[in-house]
Each structure stands twice: as C-alpha cells, then as structure tokens.
Design a protein around this ligand. Structure first.
Ligand code: ADP
Length: 611
C-alpha cells in the first residue's frame, strides 16, 4: 500500500468501494480456509471409516461425501468466483480512477507552469511521469490494497487455525518467516533506490528519443545518424544496466521467499510426521495443517511483492509529487482585479531592466517607451538585442518588477495575467501548428469555426491560395509541428490564427521573415487596413517591413536607443542609419548577383520547403 500527501485523499474518496472489495476478500479468505477441513474429512474417512462433523462422529459413506464434502466444495467454488470478480472490480477500478484523477491534476499543473519550467525540464521526462510513473502508482494503489488486505486477513485466519491445531508446529513454521520479513525490509529499501535510478534512466532515454525524432531533419542533413545512434546506445545500455540490477534484486527476493516457504514445508513434514508417528496428530490433521500453510504461501509471497511494489510506487509517487508541487512562479499577485473597461491597447514601459532567471546579464536595460492605442509600432534591432524579450514581458511570460509595464494605465502586476493575454494576439517566432486541420489551426484562437471567417483570415494573411492548392483544402491535416507546409506558409497560417482573435493588441514576432517581399507587402497592407484603431506591434529584421509604421523602437544590446518614425530615426540615430545603409547595400548586391535566385527563393517559399 502506498501512502503520501498526494494519494491519501483517494483512500477516503473511494472508501465504500474499497470496503466492499475488502469484505468480499474476507469472505473468500474465510471460505478458502474451509477447504483444508474437507481434505481432513476425506483422508480420515478413507483411513478410519468415520469422520468428525462438528461435534458428532459420523460414518464415512456416499451420503456424507455428497452432503458434507462435495456440495460445500461447489458452494465455496461459486462464491469464491463471484467474490474474486467483485474485489477485482473494486480494487483495480479504484486504481484506474486514481490514475485518471492524478493525470488530470498533473496536466492541470503542467498548463500553469511557466515557460522557464519547460526550458529546464525536457518533454521526455514529463512524458515518463505521465506514463511509467503514473502506471506504477496505479498498480500500487489497486494491487497494493489487495495484497495488503489479503496478506493480513488470510494470514491471520490461517495462522489462528494453525495455532489451534498445534502450537509448537506453528511456531517452528514461523521461524523461517521471521528471517524472511527482516531480509525483505532491507531489500525493499534498496529496491526503492534502484527503481528511482531506473526511472531516471528511462527519462533520459525518452528525452533523447523525443529530441532526436523532432530534430531528425537536422541529424540527416549533417549525416549524424551514426553519432546519434552511438549516443542512444550508451543511454540504452545505462537503462539496461539499471533494469538488470533492479531485476536481479527483485529475483533474489522472489527466490528467497520461495526458499523460506519450501524450508517451512520441510519443517512441517519433519515435525508433523513426528507428531503423527507418536499419535499426537492423525494423517488427516497433518494434511489439513499443510492445507492452511499452503493458503498462507500466497500472502507470504504477497508480502514480498508488496515490498517490491511499494518501493517502486514510492519512488514514482515522489516524482509525480515533485511535479504537482512545482510552484507556479509566474502567477497573479493576490488581490488582482479585472479592469473596469476592456484594455484598449495603450502600452507603457518605464525603466525596465530585466534579466532572465538564471541569466548572467541583463537582456533589457532601463527600457522605456509608450505606445498609444491604435498605433502601428515596429521593433527593430540586431539578433539578441532583446526584441522578443520585450514582447514576452508585455505578455507577462516572465515576472516583471512592479511599476515597469502599464496597460491602459494599469500596472500589469495589478491585473490578472489572463486578462493581459485575453486582449492580445501573439504570433511567436517559433510558431507552432497542431496536428490538426488547417481550418482548426486557424480557428484555434477564436470561439468561432465559421468557414467564411476562417477563409477571410487566411486571405488577409495571404495564404488562402496556398491552402486551396492542397487537395483537401482547409481540411488538410498538418503533420506533427506542421512539417508538411513550408516555413512561410506556417508563418502565414499562424498570422491568420492571430487575426481570428481580432484582439486590441496584435504582436507579430518576426512573423514575415520567411515570406517573399511581395507577400510581405500584401500582408502589411491588409494589416494596416483591418487593424485601424487597434495596436499592432511588429518585430522585424528588414527595415522595409517597419519603415511605414507610426513608430519604430530601435534596440541595441538590450537598450532602447531611439524611438520615432523612420524619418526621425534616420535623422537622429546613427546606428539606425548604418543599419538602413547596410540593408540597402545587401539588397542591391543580391539583386545584381542573382535576380533568378531571388525569384526562385520566392517560388520555393510558395511551393513549400517540405510539401
Ligand atoms: P532578439 O529577439 O532581439 O533576437 P531576445 O529577446 O530573444 O533577442 O534575446 C535577448 C537576450 O536574452 C539574448 O542575449 C538571449 O541570449 C537572451 N535570452 C533569451 N531568452 C533567454 C532565456 N530564456 N534565458 C536566458 N537568456 C535568454
């Protein structure tokens, strides 16, 4: 049986069903112990011609055989079959319910955990909590109660009967059992440690496999299959090693149990035979005693299994408990209130300096700017200058100090995180498409799945024509992570998804980098038209993407070095001017080097890199 903070509640919750299971188990145990009495009656009847039935002595004939032995045996068999069915349903059914509930709680916690948690903990490890560990806990709950209850009731009942028959013989039989219990306790402790190591090794293996499958294209492109295979083999070997060690201990425990059980049979046969020889026991009684002992062999075995199972269950429950107890570090402050009015899209950042948890330098330093509701704002700067960090903080993906970010005048820390995100639509840089139809992917952010609205969003993000080229059109199912569409198509489907939300704040993080210039122009012009009066923030690499914006925020190594229109920045910010000139030179060189290449790049994007 397994106890702990996260499992105790289920014993109470399923108490009536568990009690019913225990009751049917006790009835079975009670009836099962009637069988050795029947053995005695048959043996003594055959040997002596008469048998003891209750207090009376009766002649052993066909009537007695039928009434006192065969019919009760049939009754016992039938009741035991029903009882076994009942306890299985009760114990295993509760185990499955516990597993389902725990899984729900784990998923609930996972959805609240911050992005930082997922950067530190790998998917493979998380998956092993949801599969191996959960299964172990479920097994331990259902089978654990069964083994515990059975060992207790059957053991106590049988021992009581054995004591009543012969005290000395029973005590002799129990000596090896005492050794067994001591050894089991020691081995059980060691097994728990080994099981933990085994689960760790399995997690490492599934992390590796999951990462390799996701990055298979890169592995193949760099011809690293053999290197990966060697690394996998190493992990697999480690997994095998701890598994073998665990199995070795578990086998040792099983063999020890069998050894002790068999040595008890030796004691019973030796000392019991001696008692029969001296007339203190008859043959029927010896068979009856052996029958009782045989009945407690299973409870004894169950004790060893219980020790093993408990060891596994405790280690798995600890891992699950760690997940359930992981603090939700990005959470609402107590007492946050919903703003009276919907957020219109006024944004202000005041002297924000931010360092990632565990980071060794500031990713943003003293950042300040204002965006009025309805403005189109471009954010530009070199890679690593802090653009993504800036929009992530606006969306409260990480914790920010009080008094640094304001939405419509409210400190973001004083309004619920859900509210901040409710009024924003976001297309992240590493956008993600679900393994679902294109239509469902686009409709994901909105409450409607109206085909015309979906199509309109796809037209606005200039991906409608590509979608209709697929045989299944909007019903085309995308593969895992949307690999059946090109990078550019993926970006545009993600933009369509964000447009479906029609939020007051739209944030696009480098979302048109993989589309050609013509498509980019079309999308930007559509955005200008439909987003009139609503805030749009666009992170870009190309100056051409943001030059028409109401305002451009220029970032350099985490510092906002200039804010203004394209013209203003050209006049006031030398770094911005240098960037513009550099991009103009690069553009001119690309044009003159290979106009065909540019055209073919655009064509490739349209056809799709993987399609
Ligand atoms: P940009 O979007 O301008 O390319 P980012 O905002 O992604 O830049 O990153 C700004 C800086 O913060 C970079 O130096 C980057 O390495 C660092 N950074 C980004 N994400 C994390 C993170 N999760 N933990 C630590 N440092 C990070």
């Amino acid at each position: 049986m397994l106890f702990g903070k996260h499992i105790n509640r289920y014993y109470l919750k399923h108490l009536p069903v568990l009690l019913l299971g225990i009751l049917s188990l006790v009835v079975i145990d009670f009836l099962q112990l009637k069988v050795p009495e029947l053995y005695r009656m048959v043996i003594n009847g055959i040997n002596e011609g008469y048998v003891q039935v209750g207090d009376a002595v009766r002649v052993f004939d066909m009537d007695l055989l039928l009434d006192e032995i065969c019919l009760p045996m049939v009754f016992i068999i039938v009741i035991m079959a029903i009882g076994r069915f009942l306890w299985r349903i009760c114990f295993f059914g509760s185990g499955i319910k516990v597993e389902t509930d725990l899984r729900g709680r784990m998923f609930d916690r996972c959805k609240d955990l911050s992005r930082e948690y997922y950067q530190v903990n790998k998917v493979g490890t998380l998956m092993s909590y949801f599969t191996n560990d959960l299964e172990t806990v479920q097994d331990c709950f259902g089978s654990g109660i069964l083994m515990f209850a059975d060992a207790l009731f059957l053991g106590v009942l049988a021992l009581a009967k054995m004591f009543r028959m012969n005290l000395a013989l029973t005590l002799f039989s129990l000596v090896p059992m005492a050794f067994l219990l001591v050894i089991s306790a020691i081995v059980g402790h060691y097994m728990e440690k080994k099981w933990d190591e085994r689960q760790e090794a399995f997690s490492a293996l599934s992390d590796f496999a999951q990462e390799d499958f996701s990055g298979i294209a890169v592995i193949k492109a760099f011809v690293k299959e053999t290197v990966e295979l060697m690394s996998f083999r190493k992990l697999n070997k480690q997994n095998e090693k701890v598994n073998v060690e665990f199995t070795r201990i578990s086998t040792l425990l099983n063999i020890l149990v069998t050894l002790f059980v068999e040595s008890v049979i030796c004691v019973i046969l030796g000392y019991g035979g001696y008692l029969v020889y001296h007339g203190q026991f008859n043959a029927g009684q010896l068979v009856e005693f052996i029958g009782y002992f045989t009945s407690i062999v299973w409870p004894i075995m169950a004790i060893s299994q219980l020790i093993e199972m408990r060891a596994r269950g405790k280690a798995s429950l600890k891992r699950i408990g760690d997940l359930l107890e992981t603090p939700v570090d990005v959470a609402d402050k107590p007492g946050v209130t919903e703003p009276a009015e919907p957020l219109a899209g006024n944004i202000e950042m005041r002297n924000l300096t931010f360092r990632y948890p565990g980071g060794s330098y500031d990713s943003l330093t003293d950042a300040s700017f204002t965006i009025k509701a309805g403005e189109n704002v471009g954010i530009i700067g070199k890679t690593g200058s802090g653009k993504t960090t800036l929009v992530d903080l606006l969306l409260r993906t990480y914790n920010v100090p009080d008094g640094t970010i304001f939405l419509d005048g409210h400190d973001v820390n004083d309004i619920p995180i859900r509210t901040v995100r409710k009024y924003a639509a976001y297309v992240p840089q590493d956008n993600f498409l679900f393994s679902d139809t294109i239509a469902s992917n686009i409709a994901f952010a909105s409450d409607t799945d109206d085909a015309a609205t979906i199509e309109e969003a796809a037209r606005l993000s200039d991906v409608h024509d590509n979608i209709t080229e697929f045989t299944e059109g909007y019903n085309t199912v995308l593969g895992e992570r949307g690999v059946t569409v090109s990078g550019g198509q993926k970006q545009r489907i993600s933009i369509a998804r964000a447009l479906m939300k029609d939020a007051n704040i739209l944030i696009l993080d480098d979302s048109v980098s993989a589309v050609d210039v013509r498509t980019e122009k079309a999308i930007l012009s559509n955005l200008r038209r439909i987003r009139r009066g609503k805030t749009t923030i666009l992170i870009a690499h190309r100056i051409s993407t943001v030059e028409g914006m109401d305002k451009i925020i220029f970032l350099d190594e985490g510092r906002i070095t200039a804010v203004g229109t394209h013209k203003e920045l050209l006049a006031s910010c030398p770094d911005y001017r240098t960037m513009v000139e550099l991009q103009q030179v690069e553009g001119a060189m690309e044009e003159s080097d290979s106009p065909e290449l540019n055209r073919s790049n655009a064509h490739r994007e349209e056809v799709g890199d993987y399609a």
